[in-house]
Design a protein around this ligand. Structure first.
Ligand SMILES: CCCCCCCCCCCCCCCCCC(=O)SCCNC(=O)CCNC(=O)[C@H](O)C(C)(C)COP(=O)(O)OP(=O)(O)OC[C@H]1O[C@@H](n2cnc3c(N)ncnc32)[C@H](O)[C@@H]1OP(=O)(O)O
Length: 236
């Protein structure tokens, strides 16, 4: 059975060495999810590029957060931050050249406002669900007027990855299976509804579908396997 989200988030930071981070010195998970210090740079809040549907969905779910059933997840570009350093140290023994690290930022937050990935995620602890509201901008075009399949896959990976991370800690995608059923119009708001289906040891099986904001059209379906990283085991 999945543990409560709060407990999982507390232990995420302990995964590397077994010790809980001391008070005032949050572990990686607390840094991703805590909005206290970074809220000014939170990219998951409405901006002028958001269409009416995306705003409405955001407002509806912010209301649902009031009773604690859903939680809003802030999101940052992670430009040259400690959390990126932590992850690199974990899987590569810190061997990534510093020059690259200093330029690094989260792919889905690397476009200017409105041009690429505009999205916000919420999670529901009791139901092990993460929901993402996503509006793809003009730089994500594939077939004329529609989103590129790689951009859709990216947001699916990010949403499913977030679900898996909330469940077990730091993970990487081992496998991602996607069925594209209908093309997604550029600039439209869609709903990526994901859930953790099963956890077996370090393996986390997750799935999702992508629907229109009115839920009438199913655009995409996906299943995926994430693997929890083992502390001290280099992947390179
Ligand atoms: C701390 C800070 C973090 C900083 C982040 C800050 C920002 C965060 C913001 C929010 C993030 C949002 C989430 C984004 C998610 C994106 C994730 C990616 O794109 S990731 C990029 C894209 N992904 C990559 O680049 C990953 C590349 N691949 C790898 O690195 C490795 O293959 C691995 C890590 C996936 C597993 O390696 P390894 O740890 O050595 O594991 P083993 O070989 O020992 O196997 C363990 C078990 O798993 C089984 N199993 C394994 N694979 C498969 C499979 N494909 N099929 C089926 N099964 C598979 C295997 O059979 C075994 O089963 P069993 O015997 O126990 O029953």
């Amino acid at each position: 059975m999945l543990r409560s989200c709060a407990a999982r988030l507390r232990t995420l930071g302990a995964g590397r060495g077994g010790a809980r981070p001391p008070a005032g010195n949050p572990g990686p998970a607390q840094r991703w999810f805590s909005s206290e210090k970074l809220s000014a740079n939170d990219r998951s809040l409405p901006n002028p590029s958001w269409n009416k549907d995306l705003r409405l969905l955001f407002e509806q779910f912010m209301k649902k957060c009031e009773d604690g059933s859903w939680t809003h997840m802030p999101s940052y570009s992670y430009k040259n931050t400690l959390s990126t350093q932590d992850f690199t140290t974990l899987i590569r023994d810190g061997k990534l050249p510093n020059k690259h690290l200093s330029q690094a930022q989260l792919f889905t937050r690397s476009y200017e406002e409105g041009l690429g990935f505009e999205y916000v995620m919420f999670y529901n602890d009791a139901e092990n669900r993460t929901i993402c509201f996503f509006q793809g901008g003009p730089y994500l075009q594939g077939a004329p007027g529609f989103l590129h399949g790689g951009a859709i896959s990216t947001m699916i990976d990010a949403t499913l990855g977030t679900s898996a991370m909330i469940a077990v800690g730091i993970v990487m995608t081992a496998n991602l299976n996607i069925t594209f059923k209908r093309p997604i119009p550029l600039g439209s708001a869609v709903v990526i509804n994901s859930q953790v289906d099963k956890i077996e040891g370090r393996k986390v099986f997750v799935s999702c579908n992508v629907r229109s904001a009115d839920e009438k059209t199913v655009y995409t379906e996906a299943t995926s396997l994430f693997i929890k990283l083992e502390p001290g085991k280099s992947l390179t």
